[in-house]
Design a protein around this ligand. Structure first.
Ligand code: UD1
Length: 428
C-alpha cells in the first residue's frame, strides 16, 4: 500500500486547477447504459472510482475509449446485466447501474453494497422506488435482483433525499411508460448535471436541481456529448488547504455557486474568500476562528467536506461544534487527528473541537476517502512529518493530489510500499 509523507508547516500559495466531479462522472457513465449511440464525456477525472465504473461497464458489454479526460462510450449491446460483488465492494456507487439496467434491459443483478466505514448505508430507497416503478425486486444471496418488462411511471416520495437513490430512479424513469414524479429528491449539483446529460440524450425531465423532479418517459435515448461539472469537494479541499496553512490559494476551473455553504463557513473562520466567475481565491486569516458546522443535504454544508473542516477547526481559536447529520459514524478520522494533538470530544453525532495552537506530525491511517483528505490537510499544517497510510482511499476520489499540492508549495511525496492494511474501502 502506498503512503503519503508530508513535511508540514509550509504556507500554500498559488493556483490549482480543479478536475471534473467524480460524483457527477459516475452516474453519467452509468447512464450510458440507457441508450444507443456514442456518448463522449469530457472533464472526467482520472480517479480510481471512475476506472472501477469503466471496468464495470466494460464487463457489462459497453465499449469505452479513454484519452486523458475524454471518455467515448457506447452501450449498444450488453453481454451481462450483473454487477458482481468484487466490483460493488470496492465502490458502492456501482449500484448506479441498477436503474439503467432494469429500465433498458429488463433485468439487473447487482451485489448489495454492505456496510462501510461511515455507517450502515442502506439502499432501501433505491429498491422501494424501483418497486413503485413496477419492477419486481428481491434480495437473494447478497444480490439485488430486479426485473420488469417495461417500467411504468409513478409518484415516488423519498424519505431521505438520497443522492445516488435519486439518480438511480431518475435514470430508470427516463425509459418508463408515462410520468414519474420524484418528491423530496436530492438537489445536489451532480444530480442536475446527470439530468442535463440525459436531456441531451432525449430524456424529458423537469425540476432537476429542486426537490420535485418530473420525468416523462421516452422509448429510446440517443448518444450525446457532455462536459462534467467541476468537483466542488475537491475545490473545497484546496480552499481548506490554503486556510489551514495560512496561505493564499487561487482555486481555478470551479463553480463558486456550488460551494456557498463552505465559503460561508470559511469566511466565518476569518478567511478572505473572493469569488470569481469560475474561480475562488482564499487568503487565510493568521489563525482561524472557531465556527459551528452542521452537515446537511445540498445546499447545506456537504458531509464530504466535514473531515477537512474538522482538521481546520482543530487549529482554530476557540471551540467549534460540528454536527454530522447525513451519515451515522463519520467521525473515524478524529482519533487519528487526536494522535496529531487535536482536542476533539465526540458525543454521538456531535464533535466538540477545542482548537489547539499547533498539531504535530504523526503516522496516521486513512479510513475513507474524505477522512484521508482531512488527515492530509492536518499534515500540511502540522509541525514535522506526517505519514498517511492506506491512501488508496484518497486515490478513489482525488486526481493527482500530491502534484496539485506540490504545485502550491507543499512538501509532500508518495512512498510506494507495503505499510497499511489490505482491503478496499467503501465510502463516498
Ligand atoms: C452520495 C455521494 C457521497 C456523499 C453522499 C451525501 C456519490 C457517488 N456519493 O452518496 O459522496 O457523501 O451522497 O451527500 O454521489 N439512505 C438510506 N436509504 C437509502 C439511501 C440512503 O437510508 O436507500 C441514507 C444513508 O444511509 C445516508 C443518507 O441517506 O444516511 C444520505 O445518503 P445518500 O445521499 O444516499 O448517499 P450516497 O448517494 O450513497
Amino acid at each position: 500500500m502506498d503512503r503519503i509523507v508530508i513535511s508540514g508547516g509550509h504556507t500554500l500559495r498559488g493556483e490549482v486547477r480543479i478536475s471534473g466531479a467524480k460524483n457527477a462522472a459516475l452516474p453519467i457513465l452509468a447512464s450510458t447504459l440507457l441508450g444507443r449511440g456514442e456518448c463522449v464525456i469530457t472533464n472526467v477525472p482520472g480517479v480510481k472510482d471512475v476506472l472501477t465504473m469503466s471496468q464495470l461497464l466494460v464487463l457489462l458489454g459497453a465499449t469505452i475509449t479513454t484519452e486523458g479526460d475524454r471518455v467515448a462510450i457506447r452501450a449498444d449491446q450488453l453481454r451481462s446485466t450483473a454487477a458482481p460483488y468484487e466490483m460493488v465492494k470496492t465502490m458502492r456507487a456501482s449500484v448506479l447501474v441498477l436503474g439503467p439496467l432494469v429500465a433498458r434491459w429488463g433485468e439487473a443483478t447487482v451485489s448489495l453494497p454492505g456496510g462501510c466505514a461511515i455507517g450502515t448505508r442502506p439502499v432501501d430507497l433505491h429498491l422501494n422506488g424501483l418497486v413503485k416503478l413496477g419492477a419486481e425486486v428481491s434480495v437473494e444471496h447478497g444480490y439485488i435482483r430486479a426485473k420488469a418488462q417495461r417500467l411504468r411511471g409513478a409518484r415516488i416520495h423519498l424519505d431521505i433525499p438520497t443522492v445516488t437513490g435519486t439518480e438511480n430512479l431518475l435514470m430508470a424513469a427516463c425509459l418508463a411508460d408515462g410520468t414519474t414524479v420524484i418528491e423530496n429528491a436530492a438537489k445536489e449539483p451532480e444530480v442536475l448535471d446527470l439530468a442535463h446529460f440525459l436531456v441531451k440524450r432525449g430524456a424529458k425531465i423537469a425540476g432537476a436541481g429542486t426537490d420535485l423532479i418530473t420525468v416523462e418517459g421516452v422509448s429510446v435515448l440517443r448518444g450525446a456529448d457532455h462536459e462534467v461539472i467541476p468537483d466542488r469537494i475537491e475545490a473545497g479541499t484546496y480552499l481548506v488547504a490554503g486556510a489551514i496553512t495560512g496561505g493564499d490559494v487561487y482555486v481555478n476551473a470551479c463553480r463558486p455557486g456550488h460551494l456557498e455553504a463552505v465559503i460561508v463557513k470559511l469566511r466565518g473562520t476569518g478567511a478572505d474568500v473572493i469569488e470569481g466567475k469560475e474561480s475562488i481565491r482564499l487568503k487565510a486569516a493568521r489563525r482561524p476562528r472557531a465556527v459551528d458546522v452542521r452537515t446537511f443535504a445540498h445546499p447545506g454544508f456537504p458531509t464530504d467536506m466535514q473531515a477537512q473542516m474538522v482538521a481546520l477547526l482543530s487549529l482554530a481559536e476557540g471551540t467549534s461544534v460540528v454536527v454530522e447529520t447525513v451519515f451515522e459514524s463519520r467521525f473515524i478520522h478524529i482519533p487519528e487527528l487526536q494522535r496529531m494533538g487535536a482536542e476533539v470530544r465526540i458525543d454521538g453525532n456531535h464533535a466538540v473541537v477545542s482548537g489547539v495552537a499547533k498539531l504535530t506530525g504523526a503516522p496516521v491511517m486513512a479510513s475513507d476517502l474524505r477522512a484521508s483528505a482531512g488527515l492530509i490537510l492536518a499534515g500540511l499544517a502540522a509541525e514535522g512529518e506526517t505519514e498517511v497510510s492506506r491512501v488508496y482511499h484518497l486515490d478513489r476520489g482525488y486526481e493527482r493530489i500530491e502534484d496539485k499540492l506540490r504545485g502550491l508549495g507543499a512538501v509532500i511525496r508518495r512512498v510506494k510500499g507495503s505499510t497499511g492494511g489490505a482491503g478496499a474501502g467503501q465510502t463516498p
